[in-house]
Design a protein around this ligand. Structure first.
Ligand code: ATR
Length: 274
């Protein structure tokens, strides 16, 4: 019988994780079955208990349950504890192991797939919510020259920067204070585009050769990448690669081997544009 895995979220019907993991399983010959489980907003823990009782070996967790999955875990990886959120659960011997592969997925996409090494770069992170928090420690591990966080409310960005001060000096502020500054890598971790709003980015923000990276993705160019391109960003990338890389890292945690991601990413891209 195949080992059982699933992704939990609400909503979940749109999730591409079952297709990604099915492709990884086929490519590696690992025998597993990966489903999408819709958990009620107030019933995440009960849904996980039901899944474990049904023989579930591991699960991915998406919006809005990543923080709750962190609390539910009996053991946390260091990066999950740093993120305050869990996107990958493993169930063994009655224990729940929580990890977070989002930041590793982002860094693998930027430094690996896009061949944009982080060392020595000036990084700007837009947003100070859960998505931003999850990627800070892995970005700092790449030894950038600097990491600056901006948020509409600077207080939230300052608190976030302070939480990582033991790793490296992280600075923070609001959008208005960006005037006159420029960066090599600008990462959008805000949810502004979901509300159809654009970000107040000053002219000159993108240094020569800069990469604009949107953690969101969709059919066509995202609003942030459209704005970045118009403001002179030389390279633009959306978060589809991050999605595939975080999944590959979860697969490695569960199965002990990391699948090849390029063919899966190419197929997802093809489906997205057609
Ligand atoms: P997520 O888990 O996706 O990070 P979140 O924790 O709700 O979601 O955080 C959303 C982030 O997007 C926040 O940094 C939010 O800024 P505020 O703290 O000021 O709300 C940011 N955001 C949302 N809409 C935005 C907009 N129109 N302009 C700029 N930032 C926005």
């Amino acid at each position: 019988m195949s080992d059982l895995y699933a992704v939990f979220g609400n909503p979940i019907a749109h999730s591409r994780s079952p297709a990604i993991h099915a492709a990884f399983a086929a490519a590696t010959g690992e025998k597993l079955c990966y489903e999408a489980w819709l958990a009620p907003v107030d019933g995440f823990a009960a849904a996980i208990a039901e899944f474990v009782a049904a023989g579930g070996r591991g699960a991915n967790v998406t919006v809005p349950f990543k923080e709750e999955a962190c609390c539910l875990s009996s053991h946390l990886s260091e990066r999950a504890a740093r993120a305050g959120a869990v996107n990958t659960l493993s169930f063994r011997d009655g224990e729940i192991f929580g990890d977070n592969t989002d930041g590793a997925g982002l860094v693998q996409d930027i430094a690996g797939n896009l061949v944009f090494p982080l060392a020595g770069r000036r990084i700007l992170l837009l947003g100070a919510g859960g998505a931003a928090r999850g990627v800070i420690a892995p970005l700092l591990a790449g030894k950038p020259a600097s990491l600056h966080i901006v948020n509409r409310g600077a207080d939230k960005a300052l608190v976030l920067a302070g939480a990582f001060a033991d790793i490296a000096a992280v600075t923070a502020g609001n959008f208005a204070e960006l005037a006159g500054k420029s960066f090599d890598l600008v990462i959008n971790a805000t949810s502004a585009s979901l509300a159809g709003e654009s970000l107040p980015l000053p002219a000159g923000l993108f240094a020569v050769g800069a990469l604009a990276y949107d953690m969101m993705y969709g059919k066509g160019e995202t609003p942030f990448l459209q704005q970045a391109r118009m403001q002179g960003a030389e390279r633009c990338a959306d978060g589809l690669g991050m999605l595939v890389e975080q999944a590959a890292e979860a697969f490695r945690i569960w199965r002990g081997r990391r699948p090849e991601t390029a063919p899966v990413l190419a197929e997802l891209r093809r489906q997205l544009v057609s």
